[in-house]
Design a protein around this ligand. Structure first.
Ligand code: NAD
Length: 354
């Protein structure tokens, strides 16, 4: 029997498919906007220039200074620039860092965002924002930061390096995994999450072998959409808490950290979330869920050990302390000894014991 549940629908328009970037001017007009500020990282400034060119007179200017984790100083400069340009919408083209900068502007000004994601991180589908001040990353939820329109054009992901494609894809799978055993999990979101894992697990190995396979890139983006929607709809648990702690405290790369921790966080919750495990297993084509995720990461040539990122064994004690300081929902109760062992396994990169 389906148990009672609550589900809240987030608004948003999605334009999906290879070549849909052509529709951007029309989508800006649809929002009633006339002066878009185009955001990107310095590495993707050329893409931002192309986007601005497509917009023609609808482009107010480019701000190509997005960086990882949205430092408050960068957010302030971007907000000032949006005001100076008299922008009435923000077009964020890039990964989670660029879309995060758009969100920081929207949080302050209510400016509508059009997100054009070029990784699989999923930020475009969530009302979650992050801002880093004095080395501390604060995250929150606010409907104002949810992009109004998302354009998924897989041709923009063809340049995503294979290593980042693999880890960014595993980052998306992590959203799906935790959505399946979330405290507020529900059949609607679980359907997206299982489908998301399946789409990503099927496409990522092809992408790593043939990065310009547009069909595989499109399938991965479809999975990333479902993963981002799952992240935006229900609460995350131990895995996201650990990655947030590790990333913030030791300045580790976001997607790699997710890739390494995921199999071990899944193993930690194995016995406490059997229904989620069977859905993950089904999406991966059978077998133990945690081991399947570890095997997938290895097959993609992604890092599987925290020690490969320069984390020392001594750091693990600190990470375990921070991650278990405050209680939060997780299928298996969060205890320090268990989390310390999880981190040890993730540090060594061993296959999760079945
Ligand atoms: P990123 O945005 O930091 O991008 C990494 C690098 O890859 C950048 O230099 C970027 O310019 C480059 N890049 C991106 N797409 C490219 C492409 N197609 N071709 C070539 N280069 C490309 O990485 P990310 O993993 O997408 O985002 C990570 C950040 O997003 C973290 O700060 C994380 O906390 C945040 N995030 C937030 C949410 C949310 O809901 N708020 C969700 C997921 C991630």
């Amino acid at each position: 029997m389906i148990p009672p549940f609550t589900y809240e629908q987030l608004p948003g328009r999605v334009v999906f498919g290879a070549g849909t970037l052509d529709r951007l001017p029309e989508e800006v007009g649809r929002l009633g906007a006339r002066r878009a500020i185009v955001l990107s990282t310095p590495e993707q400034a050329e893409v931002a220039r192309d986007v601005a060119q497509r917009l023609g007179a609808q482009s107010a200017g480019i701000f190509a200074q997005a960086v990882m984790h949205v430092p408050i100083e960068t957010a302030r400069v971007a907000r000032d620039e949006a005001r100076r340009l008299d922008a009435d919408c923000a077009v964020a083209v890039g990964g989670g860092s660029t879309i995060g900068l758009g969100k920081a502007i929207a949080l302050d000004s209510g400016l509508p965002i059009i997100a054009i994601p070029t990784t699989y991180a999923g930020s475009e589908m969530t009302p979650i924002y992050g801002l880093t001040e004095d080395g501390l990353k604060e995250t929150g939820r606010d409907r104002r930061v949810l992009p109004r329109t998302v354009i998924y054009d897989a041709t923009l992901t063809l340049t995503l390096p294979t290593a980042l494609s693999a880890t960014s894809g595993m980052n998306a799978i992590a959203h799906c995994v935790e959505a399946l055993y979330a405290v507020d999990a529900n059949p609607i979101v679980s359907m997206w999450a299982e489908e998301g894992i399946g789409a990503l697990a099927a496409s990522l190995p092809t992408i790593v072998g043939t990065p310009d396979d547009l069909a595989a890139r499109t399938q991965a983006q479809y999975g990333a959409w479902l993963a981002g929607a799952s992240l935006g709809a229900v609460g995350m648990a131990l895995h996201h808490k650990l990655c947030h702690t590790l990333g913030g405290t030791f300045n580790l790369p976001h997607a790699e950290t997710h890739t390494i921790v995921l199999p071990h966080a899944t193993a930690y919750n194995r016995a406490a979330a059997p229904e989620a495990m069977s859905r993950i297993s089904r999406a991966l084509g059978g077998g133990d869920a945690a081991k399947g995720l570890h095997d997938l990461a290895k097959r993609l040539g992604a890092p599987v050990a925290l020690r490969a990122l320069g984390v020392t064994e001594a750091d693990l004690d600190r990470a375990a302390d921070i991650a278990t300081r405050e209680p939060y929902p997780n299928p298996r109760p969060v205890d320090r000894a268990g989390v310390r062992q999880l981190l040890q396994d993730a540090w060594a990169g061993s296959s999760p014991v079945v």
